[in-house]
Write a protein that binds this ligand. Structure first.
Ligand code: NIG
Ligand code: FE
Length: 414
């Protein structure tokens, strides 16, 4: 028998329907529906309509009814399309050193940075990793996030990367948000690899990627294209191989130096993420491509560096998603809504541009079409804020906590 649930009355429902996936969105293009109800069936949105009309239908179907007796604003469940929440250890020392004057690359070269987390993550058991992911995902859920992309990239051997990806898959069964895994074995050349970058990447393409496919652990491949990580020339054949094996591509691009975003364009990547160093040349090339630009304000805040030129990207016509980049090194905060609101204030983004960045445009960055919009037939993933005015959400920069997070029609946090 079908399982129905009903939520209403919703003072303002921000559906994010009928908005463009690319380019600027004027403030008044946000469609707000008043006094609505949402009827869900087996985890999907069955109907959205006026509360007075829809409630009787919900009752007829024996829906589990949630009635709000104070004002609530509904958004699609938030989508964090770029995180590294599978890790062990802390990099609080790096953070203090950086603020005392050392740069990210200096710390990495001195034995801190990504390699420190690799060492600790290798020492962790799969179970410890699962518990870490579940705890971090749990915090994201309290902030209204219902879909979280999670990267590997702190294992950097075939077996250790598989351990991470298996931990992500098992955590996905454990937590109530959906976790979407990405292989980031090309995060850096591991210090203990007895060969060149090219050889390492060839090994990943020949040995790791086929095993990921065989075990069904991920459909996505990412790489850090940067000085001190991998060059465009090194990475292109690896991405080609990954694409031949059926993987979708995403790139850590233009974080400190440029080059990565062009790689993303050249290899037909879904997204180019970071882009803090992108100049007008990269901005315009991205805008002319189908690659979604992903801003990671949490990394700018964690490293104390520039924000992604989000306004310029949107004005040039690019699609802009916003993600937390939650990781132990550059972005330990992990508060997507706070970071998106801060980026909006700094970059002068409209309300729909910011909300699209963490809902429908984030779904596009992950190439998933069943969420990010509140519409009949989409997943019943939503977040309800205790307010009567949708503008209060960004205005409070994350301090207005959701009253409810709903995943596939079920309340998973209140
Ligand atoms: O997205 N830039 C590369 N990777 C991560 C940082 C990972 C780390 O420092 O542990 C990022 O910022
Ligand atoms: Fe990242």
């Amino acid at each position: 028998m079908a399982a129905y649930s009903y939520f209403g009355p919703i003072t303002e429902l921000v559906s994010m329907d009928a908005l463009p996936l690319k380019g600027a969105i004027p403030e008044d293009h946000l469609r707000i529906l008043k006094q609505q109800g949402i009827l869900t069936r087996d985890g999907m949105i069955q109907e959205i309509g006026g509360h007075e009309k829809l409630l009787p239908l919900a009752k007829e179907n024996g829906a589990e009814v949630t009635i709000f007796d104070t004002p609530v604003v509904a958004l699609p469940g938030l989508i964090d399309c770029h995180t590294h929440i599978c890790f062990s250890g802390s990099r609080a020392r790096d953070y203090a050193l950086r603020n005392a004057g050392s740069t990210y690359l200096e710390i990495a070269k001195a034995g801190g940075g990504i390699w420190d987390t690799v060492t600790r993550t290798r020492l962790a058991s799969e179970q410890e990793l699962i518990e870490g992911i579940a705890a971090r995902a749990g915090k994201h859920i309290t902030q209204g996030v219902t879909t979280i992309e999670v990267k590997s990239g702190y294992g950097l051997t075939v077996e250790e990367e598989l351990k991470m990806l298996r931990a992500i898959r098992k955590a996905d069964h454990l937590v109530s948000a959906d976790l979407i895994s990405t292989c980031l074995a090309a995060h850096m050349l591991p210090r203990d690899y007895p060969g060149s970058s090219r050889e390492y990447l060839e090994m990943l393409g020949n040995e790791l990627l086929p095993r990921i496919t065989k075990e069904g652990l991920s459909k996505r491949v990412d790489a850090f294209v940067e000085e001190g990580a991998f060059s465009p020339a090194d990475i292109l054949p690896y991405f080609e191989k990954a694409r031949d094996l059926g993987f979708e591509i995403t790139v850590h691009a233009d974080q400190f130096t440029t080059g990565g975003s062009q790689v993303a364009i050249d290899c037909g990547a879904l997204s180019a993420d970071h882009l803090e160093a992108s100049t007008p040349k990269e901005v315009s090339a991205l805008a002319q491509s189908d690659v979604i630009a992903v801003a990671l304000p949490g990394a700018s805040l964690g490293l104390g560096c520039d924000f992604t030129p989000a306004r310029a990207l949107l004005d040039a016509g690019a699609g802009l998603a916003i993600a937390s980049d939650h990781n132990p090194g550059s972005a330990p905060m992990g508060q997507l809504l706070t970071q998106a609101a801060i980026l909006g204030a700094k970059e002068k983004l409209t309300t729909p541009e910011v909300i699209a960045g963490i809902t429908c445009r984030a779904a596009a960055a992950l190439n998933i079409s069943d969420r990010g919009i509140l519409r009949k037939g989409m997943l019943a993933d939503l977040v309800l804020f205790p307010t009567h005015d949708h503008r209060e959400i960004l205005y409070h920069q994350g301090s207005l906590q959701p009253a409810y997070t709903v995943k596939k029609g079920k309340i998973i946090h209140s």
